[in-house]
Design a protein around this ligand. Structure first.
Ligand code: FES
Length: 140
């Protein structure tokens, strides 16, 4: 609730090193993540914008807190389950919102690789429909 009421790191970063935008076709929510990454591959700043539900705001806020100051490799190990755990749980119907947060981080990291002319590692691959599948399961 705290991360929903007082989300951290909301906004955009001018000249971000990596930007990731993901959405869930079913609920229509969209999440955009901006990363600033230094020469030692540390995420020095991260901001997000979410056009979505309260849980999408809370999960993105928590995800940004978990990866700020960490390395890119650490960020790629972030799972939606870790975000949910850090928030001390989410109602089952909101699990797909946390999937979106994980995907936003990975997509932004992939963009950072591409901007430098590099091929993103397999850990940045996202199942574009994962959050939709999660949404379907929740709404059965
Ligand atoms: Fe779809 Fe939260 S992101 S309802």
């Amino acid at each position: 609730m705290d991360h929903f009421r007082n989300p951290r790191n909301v906004g955009e970063i001018d000249g971000a090193d990596g930007i990731g935008e993901v959405g869930n076709m079913k609920c229509g929510d969209i999440m955009k993540m901006y990363l600033k990454i230094d020469g030692s591959e540390t995420i020095t700043d991260v901001k997000f914008k979410t056009f979505g539900c309260g849980a999408a705001v809370a999960t993105s806020s928590m995800a940004t807190e978990l990866i700020k100051g960490r390395t890119v490799a650490d960020a790629l190990r972030l799972t939606n389950a870790a975000v949910v755990e850090a928030l001390e749980g989410l109602p089952p119907v909101k699990i797909h919102c946390s999937v979106l947060a994980e995907q936003a981080v990975k997509t932004a990291v992939a963009d950072w690789y591409k901007k430098r002319g590099l091929t993103p590692p397999p850990e940045t691959d996202i199942d574009e429909h994962a959050s939709e599948h999660a949404y379907d399961l929740e709404h059965m």
